[in-house]
Design a protein. Structure first.
Length: 159
């Protein structure tokens, strides 16, 4: 368990407190088991893209959940995909995948770098509508990021 895991666990507890939910209620809200949610709150696991996307749907900022940077809440009301050009759920899933690579490689990442890398990957997959093609392209980009980190290159230059 890294320091980042512990910090994420604290922010997940804050999310649950903000929503005034029990662990069981929070697990139901994000679509996981009570035991699964407890592992996140205890810092044993980092939530994946699906959980982060559900937290975004509940109005929380993915960057804040993962890094502590930015505001806790994000108001997407009145800002549809068509108006902003950004699908916040797709963006959150990619951000969670990018963050997971840094955790797996025992590397720290700033909120700014996380946002930048996520944005670069998002731009590459923005126009993809086919789910299989989208998933494959994201996997390719995530693997490229992983190789860059392992090679000691700047992750931004890998994109």
């Amino acid at each position: 368990m890294t320091d980042d895991d512990t910090q994420i666990s604290g922010r997940l507890k804050a999310v649950r407190a903000e929503l005034k939910l029990s662990q069981a209620g929070m697990a139901e809200a994000v679509g996981t088991s009570v035991t699964g949610w407890q592992t996140y709150e205890h810092g044993k696991h980092v939530p994946g893209g699906q959980i982060i996307a559900r937290l975004v749907e509940l109005g929380f900022d993915a960057n804040w959940v993962l890094t502590g940077d930015g505001p806790m809440r994000r108001d997407f009301k009145g800002r549809s995909y068509e108006k902003t050009g950004i699908d916040p759920l797709r963006f959150a899933k990619i951000m969670a995948d990018v963050f997971e690579v840094f955790i797996e490689e025992n590397q720290k990442v700033s909120g700014e770098a996380l946002g930048s890398i996520t944005s670069e990957i998002y731009e590459k997959v923005f126009d993809l509508d086919d789910n299989d093609e989208l998933t494959n392209e994201i996997v390719i980009e995530i693997n490229r990021l992983r190789r860059a980190i392992r090679a000691g290159r700047s992750p931004e230059s890998a994109q």
